[in-house]
Write a protein that binds this ligand. Structure first.
Ligand SMILES: Cc1cc2nc3c(=O)[nH]c(=O)nc-3n(C[C@H](O)[C@H](O)[C@H](O)COP(=O)(O)OP(=O)(O)OC[C@H]3O[C@@H](n4cnc5c(N)ncnc54)[C@H](O)[C@@H]3O)c2cc1C
Length: 307
């Protein structure tokens, strides 16, 4: 049975940075992922990478792939992790893997709301049918965060019209991206507004502003961009910091370890999966991956189990 020094789960920016750096530190590393590149597969370009602002995500994913070319990798969905004595048992669809430490970098996925009165299809950034949108499409986007803006950018030239309904008084993303979306002639924004649907008119929504003014918006595709939640289903609930956020608590405490508590020794997390105020930036995910790799190295060093 091969026992790795570290298994990294998820190959978005966090998992790629964690595995690349763990490997450089000389750790026997396995990278397990379900989709290489993570959320970058669903976005166009990034501005937040300081050294390469406005980089296409396809180019970044290629760079990432080169970065981990000599690391053991396997494409596999992980369904369970538990610890037997000092070894983590990582159960996946392809096989079971063993490791002294684990870094969970499984990121986030879209939250799909239930809209009262609407029974049609709701798309998210994971399954938006980019290739099938046509000039006749009228797209309604609920939520004007960075994913809402991203979708505007990707489809504005391809569709008839886009309406973005945002609950707050401002858009997400950075200024440059906001201006680009606002310059599109066929994109309209409603701020401090909410949508309501009725069963009688399935292809239209009522948009209510703060002053209760109502507009009727016809649409052919509905896109929900109302936030994300961490991918942590495969973890024992006791490993998560709270029942609502289901994120991993990073506060390790050696004295409280060795059972499946939030403080289990050797279990680390990085990137968007962590419950903290700043998520949704690829570079922040990268740097926390690096941090986790160094933490793992120090953990193994202190235990005297470095080979
Ligand atoms: C539309 C959109 C636009 C964005 N725009 C920007 C931007 O302009 N600038 C910016 O900095 N950031 C942007 N982001 C955010 C950025 O992409 C994320 O912050 C970053 O990808 C998070 O990295 P991560 O590694 O933590 O997680 P993720 O990228 O989410 O990667 C996690 C990976 O783990 C996999 N996984 C989950 N569960 C399992 C399991 N059980 N077994 C195996 N694998 C699993 C997932 O499938 C995924 O591939 C955008 C994101 C989206 C969706």
């Amino acid at each position: 049975m091969r026992v790795y020094d570290v298994i990294v789960i998820g190959a978005g920016p966090a998992g790629i940075a964690a595995s690349a750096y763990a490997h450089r530190l000389g750790l026997d590393t396995l990278l397990i992922y379900s989709k290489f590149g993570g959320q970058l597969n669903y976005t166009h370009n990034l501005y937040s990478v300081i050294s390469a602002s406005d980089i296409y995500c396809t180019a970044l994913i290629k760079l990432y792939f080169d970065l981990v070319h000599d690391i053991d990798k396997i494409e596999c969905e992980i369904s369970k992790i538990h610890k037997e004595e000092d070894v983590f048992v990582v159960e996946g669809s392809a096989s079971t893997f063993y490791s002294r430490t684990v870094i969970v970098c499984t990121g986030r996925r879209p939250q799909i709301p239930e809209f009262d009165g609407y029974s049609g299809e709701i798309f998210s950034f994971l399954d938006f049918p980019y290739s099938t949108v046509t000039k006749t499409d009228k797209v309604l986007i609920v939520g004007g965060g960075y994913t809402g803006l991203d979708i505007c950018e990707m489809i504005a030239k391809k569709v008839n019209s886009i309406v973005v309904v945002e609950r707050s008084n401002r858009l997400g993303g950075n200024k440059e991206r906001q201006m680009r979306a606002r310059r599109e002639q066929n994109v309209a924004f409603f701020f401090e507004s909410v949508v309501q649907f009725s069963r009688e008119i399935p292809a239209a929504a009522s948009v209510f502003t703060k002053n209760k003014q109502c507009s009727t918006i016809e649409f052919s595709k509905l896109f929900a961009c109302v936030g994300t939640k961490p991918n942590t289903e495969f973890l024992d609930k006791r490993l998560l910091s709270n029942d609502n956020a289901f994120s991993i608590n990073m506060n390790h405490n050696e004295k409280q370890n060795e059972n499946m508590s939030p403080f289990i020794a050797g279990l680390y997390a990085a990137g968007d999966v962590i419950d903290r105020p700043i998520t949704g930036y690829a570079t922040i995910a990268e740097s926390s991956g690096l941090e986790a790799a160094i933490a793992v190295y120090n953990f193994l060093l202190n235990k005297g189990t470095l080979r």
